[in-house]
Unconditional design. Structure first.
Ligand SMILES: [Zn+2]
Length: 340
């Protein structure tokens, strides 16, 4: 099969386009012919070498939409020819966490394209438990833009953040994949949503997404701007890490919650613990989400209550360009690649 793969870690130039053996589905596995795969920041971390012991060649790509090409023995939930979306997280399926619906806490939890071959290829092999129904009416590139970002956002806002109707919610980076999903999800709960952007051209787009207040953090003092206009917030959804964390805690109301799903500016944040015990602000960690959560998300996408935001669509052959776009330019919305 044709694929984009890496044989070493490094910049976008290590992404090679060539031939790799087509995977063969085993028991309870499904071979999917990839129609579209979206690019995530996770792909960039993996390409740069965040997991040093990854065997080569490795195929990136967590977010996949396509057609079932072949099914292994024992697969009963899909048939050859079905259009599907692939759930990016795999787990053992039999441990306590898996059976409690918390499979993102499974000790065998893996992400397609991160620990196992993903979707930058004509074909990808996935467990049958990772096959999701295709949201009717969506283009391939729209469907491929949904899973990882919306699952991460849903788990952070709803499951971990326990959003309530009408709360004030601050979503960092409303133009990012997860951010643009989190803004929309918070609006489903009639929240007053504040979001941040790093360039003026993104301000209008963030409002169009449904945000009630957009702050360009490069031009305005984030903490002061929000405190003056809105006061403290109930819930913060953050991935920025050490650069803003203390300000975000300051901005959270007494008894409020800060959900952290990443740390793009660095891991070593300093926190004034008085806000944690005295003001009783909760810091909550979140990564990905459970497989079961994806069904609700895809239904809301099908009903057009949630919309993937796409910045650019490129063919798989231009994977290097796709990575450069996401890495250097910081687009508004997702970069998606079409395959075949
Ligand atoms: Zn498990």
């Amino acid at each position: 099969m044709r694929a984009v793969y890496i044989e070493e870690f490094g910049g976008p130039e290590v992404l090679k386009f060539g031939e790799l053996p087509t995977p063969k589905p085993g028991p309870r596995e499904v071979l999917v012919r990839v129609k579209a795969v979206s690019v995530n920041h996770l792909d960039i971390w993996v390409r740069r070498g965040v997991y040093r012991d990854l065997p080569f060649p490795h195929v990136l790509g967590s977010d996949i939409a396509g057609i079932v090409e072949e099914v292994g023995p024992g697969v009963r939930n899909v048939r050859v020819g079905d259009r599907v979306v692939v759930n990016p997280g795999t787990s053992c399926g039999v441990c306590e966490n898996c059976l409690r619906g918390m499979d993102n806490l499974c000790k065998d939890y893996k992400i397609l394209g991160e620990h196992v071959w993903g979707g930058y290829a004509e074909y990808v092999k996935v467990p049958d438990a990772n096959i999701l129904p295709y949201p009717e009416g969506l283009k391939w590139e729209e469907a491929a833009a949904v899973p990882l970002t919306f699952l991460t956002a849903w788990h952070a806002v709803v499951t971990k953040g326990k959003i309530e109707q009408g709360e004030k919610v601050l979503v960092m980076s409303g133009g990012g994949g997860v951010g643009s999903a989190a803004v929309q999800i918070a609006k489903l709960f009639n929240a007053y949503v504040i979001t941040t952007v790093g360039s003026d051209w993104k301000v209008e787009r963030a409002y169009a997404l449904g945000a009630d207040l957009v702050v360009n953090w490069r031009k305005e003092d984030l903490e002061r701007a929000i405190r003056e206009k809105v006061g403290r917030v109930d819930l913060v959804i953050d991935h920025t890490g050490q650069q803003h964390l203390q300000r975000l805690i300051n901005l959270t109301r007494w008894g409020g919650r800060v959900v952290i799903y990443g740390a793009t500016s660095g891991y070593k944040a300093q926190v004034d613990l008085r806000h944690i015990f005295y003001r009783q602000v909760s810091l909550i960690g979140s990564t990905m989400g459970s497989k079961g959560e994806m069904f609700r998300i895809l239904k809301l996408v099908e009903d057009r209550k949630l919309k993937p935001v796409i910045y650019r669509v490129l063919p798989l052959k231009q994977a290097q360009e796709a990575h450069r776009l996401l890495e250097g330019f910081s687009p508004f919305g997702k970069v998606v690649m079409t395959v075949g």
